[in-house]
Design a protein around this ligand. Structure first.
Ligand SMILES: Cc1cc2nc3c(=O)[nH]c(=O)nc-3n(C[C@H](O)[C@H](O)[C@H](O)COP(=O)(O)OP(=O)(O)OC[C@H]3O[C@@H](n4cnc5c(N)ncnc54)[C@H](O)[C@@H]3O)c2cc1C
Length: 366
C-alpha cells in the first residue's frame, strides 16, 4: 500500500494532521514507536481512573477554533486548575493571588498586598533583575520567593535561581484578586473519558502501526508515502550531527492507594528544596472521581540524556542556536515536514499544537 502521508508520531500534532488529511481524501498511515497512541497526552485507565501517564495535562485555550475542533471529538468537563502549594506543611493557594498574600502576610486588601510586594522589592534593592531570583523577588517579594518559588524552581531546573535567566518567569502569574483559577483562558477542562479516548476518535478509520520506530526503519518507510510528517526529535532525525539538543526530563512514581482521597486536590506542588519531588498529582480529581481507591503520581524533575523521554526543551541561547542549525537542514527537505513540540524543539501547550497542526494541514492540502 502506498500512502499520501506517513505521519511519524501518534501524539496530538500527528493525530490532528492525520484527521484533516484523511477527511480531505488523502491516504494516511500513522506510526509511533510507543505501543500506544496519543503521545504525551496518553491517559491509561487504572482502577477506573484516567491516569495521565506522562504528566498532568489540563487543557486551556482562548482559541475558539481549536476548542470547537477538539469538542467535535470529545466533550470536556468543567475542571478548573487550582493547584495548592505545600511548603513544609504550610498550604498556600496558587497562582499567587489574594488568598496567597492573605495567608503569607495577613493582608486583606489588594492595596495592602501591592504595598507589601513593593516594600520587599525595595528592601532587596533590585532595579533591573539580572537573574531569575531577582526577577521573582521584584514580581512577588522576598517571602513568596523564598517559600513558594525558590525550592520548586531549583528542583525543576537543577540549578540555583541566581544562575537561571530571568526570562523563564517573565510572566509569573500574580493576581490582586481572590481567584485561584490558574489559567486566564476562556475555555478549559479535561476531555470526559480521558485524552486517549479523544485521540482514538480522531484517528478513527486511519491505518496505525504501533511499536514502529521511524529512524530504525527509515529505508523501508521513507518511500511508503509521498510526504512525511515527522513529530519526533529533530536532532535525532539528523543523527545528532551537530550535537544533542538539551531537555529537562521528568520521572514519575505512580501508586494505587486503598483510600478514596489522598490530598484533596488534583495538583499539589511541594515548594521546599528538601522534598525530592516537585509535585504530586491525584488523577481522579481531574474528573471528579468518587470511587474507593485513588492513584497518585510523584513527579521528579531530572536531567536528560539521549534515550530518556524528552519533556521540556531548554530554550536558552546555546540550544536555540543549535536548533537553528537543524532547522536549516529541515527547511531544505521537500518531502518531510517537521511538526510538534519535538520536531520544532519548542514548548507548546496543547492548544498551540492543535492550532499549528490545523494551519500546517490547511496550507499543505490547499
Ligand atoms: C510534563 C508535561 C506537562 C504538560 N502539561 C500540559 C498542560 O497541562 N496543558 C497543555 O496545554 N499542555 C501541556 N503540556 C504540553 C503537551 O504535552 C504538548 O503540547 C503535546 O503533547 C505535544 O504533542 P506532540 O504531538 O507535538 O508531541 P508528543 O505528544 O510527544 O508526540 C510525539 C510522538 O512521536 C513519537 N515518536 C517520536 N520519535 C519517533 C520515531 N522515531 N518513530 C516513531 N514515533 C516517534 C513519540 O513516541 C510520541 O508519541 C505538557 C507537557 C509536559 C512535558
Amino acid at each position: 500500500m502506498h500512502y499520501d502521508y506517513l505521519i511519524v508520531g501518534a501524539g496530538l500534532y500527528g493525530a490532528v494532521f492525520a484527521r484533516v488529511a484523511t477527511d480531505a481524501g488523502k491516504r494516511v498511515l500513522v506510526i509511533d514507536k510507543r505501543d500506544h497512541i496519543a503521545g504525551n497526552i496518553y491517559t491509561e485507565n487504572v482502577e477506573g481512573i484516567n491516569v495521565h501517564k506522562y504528566g498532568a495535562h489540563i487543557f486551556h485555550t482562548n482559541n475558539r477554533k481549536v476548542w470547537d475542533y477538539l469538542n467535535s471529538f470529545s466533550e470536556f468537563n468543567r475542571y478548573t486548575n487550582s493547584p495548592v502549594a505545600n511548603y513544609k506543611g504550610e498550604i498556600y493557594s496558587l497562582p499567587f493571588n489574594m488568598y496567597t498574600f492573605n495567608k503569607m502576610w495577613g493582608v486583606i486588601t489588594p492595596d495592602e498586598a501591592a504595598s507589601k510586594i513593593e516594600e520587599q522589592k525595595k528592601s532587596a534593592g533590585i532595579t533591573e533583575p539580572h537573574n531569575l531570583e531577582e526577577q521573582a523577588i521584584s514580581l512577588v517579594g522576598k517571602d513568596i520567593y523564598e517559600k513558594l518559588v525558590k525550592g520548586y524552581t531549583e528542583k525543576q531546573w537543577g540549578r540555583p535561581c541566581s544562575e537561571l535567566p530571568s526570562f523563564i518567569i517573565k510572566r509569573l502569574p500574580v493576581r490582586l484578586t481572590y481567584d485561584n483559577n490558574y489559567f486566564n483562558a476562556l475555555y478549559q477542562g479535561i476531555p470526559m473519558g480521558g485524552y486517549t479516548a479523544m485521540v482514538e476518535k480522531m484517528l478513527d478509520g486511519i491505518d496505525i502501526r504501533l511499536g514502529v520506530d521511524y529512524l530504525e526503519n527509515r529505508e523501508e518507510l521513507y518511500d511508503i508515502a509521498d510526504k512525511i510528517v515527522y513529530t519526533g526529535p529533530i536532532d535525532g532525525y539528523y543523527d545528532y550531527k551537530f550535537g544533542p539538543l538539551e531537555y529537562r526530563s521528568v520521572r514519575f512514581e505512580t501508586e494505587i492507594l486503598d483510600i478514596p482521597n489522598f490530598q484533596g486536590n488534583a495538583v499539589v506542588n511541594y515548594t521546599d528544596i528538601e522534598t525530592p519531588w516537585t509535585r504530586i498529582i491525584e488523577h481522579k480529581f481531574f474528573e471528579f472521581g468518587t470511587g474507593p481507591k485513588t492513584v497518585i503520581s510523584k513527579e521528579y524533575s531530572s536531567a536528560w540524556k539521549i534515550g530518556d523521554d524528552p519533556y521540556y526543551p531548554v530554550n536558552d541561547s546555546t540550544n536555540s542556536e543549535l536548533y537553528e542549525k537543524y532547522k536549516k537542514l529541515a527547511d531544505c527537505e521537500d518531502k518531510v515536514i517537521f511538526g510538534g513540540r519535538l520536531g520544532q524543539y519548542k514548548y507548546y501547550d496543547m492548544d498551540a499544537v492543535v492550532a499549528e497542526a490545523l494551519n500546517m494541514a490547511e496550507r499543505e492540502l490547499r
